[in-house]
Design a protein around this ligand. Structure first.
Ligand SMILES: *Cc1c(COP(=O)(O)O)cnc(C)c1O
Length: 403
């Protein structure tokens, strides 16, 4: 229909799905093939090894499910927990809330630690609860590493230290869906027992793969009378994966995409990827400060390098900013969810993204905010982010020259 076309690129700044690099799109453009052929393991076996490298685990068992991140949550809990098991879970945003809901629906008894939205998991509160649990009834601690709804990153290493200080044997379950492959994540160093990821955020793929790594201790917690499961049963996957196959039809094009994503991450280098996310987040935060607005994250120690949740002034509806951005400027911003609906909008700055792309998103956010009646100065956020990026670029060149 004439007039319906929207020229140029959609500026995708929701914190997942993220931009899929052209290389990955091309890698996924394949004819269907027999996933039981003798050649198939040549594609799949290296994927499990590459996955472990990104999760930073040597001994972990890697799983690839055809599902979104929610399926990966479900697999981690149902394989290792039985109905009635107690688990401890801090809640400080929509994703920690949804994971707790999933655990409850599987019959787990969840001890919820409500933390203020804009803060994260409290190692002190976790240690206190675990010390009080003398009989070790608590079987697991569930932590969302990066709460995508509020732009808050929790300190998983500190949670592990708290668990060790309490000398508590509970398993550590970590949702790394919006952190793994964008923020520093170390499964083995942090003693994470079940690490969970999805394909559509830092891994730059479409949604459709649920990725999990399980520690030896997690595998030892697999019992016949744990929660009912079939599609997500670890045992079936371990058996089939050993020779490079799956218990049912895998999402083959996504596996080719995953291979390309690992290749891309390897070419840039994980540490460089983390540094880039830190730089992009710094520019975004500089823009927010220049606008005179506040982040949902209460203190710098909670700031997320993958997503910024920006509070709109009282009397303004954040959803209107998002709607204007989409309709007028072809810019997709993230919405406020549940408790913070209408109170904020989010800029996702993760995945295949660079400074100039982000400046486009920041410029569009400025125009949309002004259109929605927020009195910010046009260009102020863009200029602050530009200054941040220029400074970071020059510092990087100096560092390279000195080496
Ligand atoms: C995106 C996301 C999920 C998973 O959501 P799906 O829509 O099922 O892929 C889980 N946790 C966090 C923190 C997320 O950002």
């Amino acid at each position: 229909m004439a007039g319906a076309r929207r020229p140029g690129r959609n500026f995708l700044f929701v914190p997942g799905p993220t931009n899929v690099p052209d290389r990955i799109l091309r890698a996924m453009h394949v004819a269907m093939e027999d996933h039981r052929s003798s050649d198939f393991p040549k594609l799949t076996l290296p994927l499990f090894e590459a996955l472990k490298k990104v999760f930073k685990t040597k001994d972990g068992q890697a799983f690839i499910f055809p599902s979104s991140g929610t399926g990966a949550w479900e697999s981690a809990l149902t394989n290792t927990r039985a109905p009635g098991d107690k688990v401890l879970a801090p809640r400080f945003g929509q994703f920690s809330h949804l994971w707790i809901d999933l655990a409850k629906r599987h019959g787990l008894e969840v001890i919820v630690q409500d933390e203020e939205w804009g803060t994260g998991a409290s190692p002190e509160h976790i240690e206190e609860a675990l010390r009080a649990d003398k009989n070790h009834d608590i079987k697991g601690v569930m932590v969302v590493h990066n709460e995508t709804a509020t732009g808050v990153t929790s300190d998983v290493a500190a949670v592990r230290r708290a668990m060790d200080a309490a000398k508590h044997p509970a398993l550590l379950y970590v949702d790394g869906v919006s952190s793994i492959a964008s923020l520093d994540f170390r499964m083995d160093d942090w003693g994470v027992d079940l690490a969970i990821c999805g394909s559509q955020k830092g891994l730059m793929l479409p949604a459709g793969l649920g990725l999990v790594c399980a520690s030896k201790k997690a595998l030892a917690a697999m019992k016949a009378d744990n929660c009912k499961r079939c599609y997500f049963d670890f045992t079936d996957h371990i058996k089939a994966n050993a020779t490079g196959y799956f218990p049912y039809t895998p999402a083959v094009p996504l596996l080719y995409g995953l291979r390309e994503a690992f290749e891309i991450l390897d070419e840039e280098g994980l540490d460089t990827v983390f540094a880039r996310h830190h730089r992009l987040a710094g520019g975004t935060r500089a823009a927010v400060a220049a606008w005179g607005l506040k982040l949902c994250a209460k203190e710098p120690k909670w700031y997320s390098d993958t997503v910024s949740a920006i509070m709109v002034p009282a009397g303004i509806n954040g959803a209107e900013v998002i709607d204007i951005a989409y309709k007028r400027y072809n810019l997709a911003l993230g919405a406020g969810l549940s408790q913070v609906a209408g109170k904020l909008f989010r800029i996702g700055h993760l995945g295949d993204l660079n400074e100039l792309m982000l400046l486009g998103g920041i410029a569009g956010a400025e125009m949309s905010m002004r259109d929605a009646g927020i009195e910010i100065e046009l260009g102020s956020g863009v200029a602050a982010a530009q200054a941040h990026f220029r400074g970071a670029a020059q510092a990087k060149e100096k560092k390279v020259a000195a080496e």
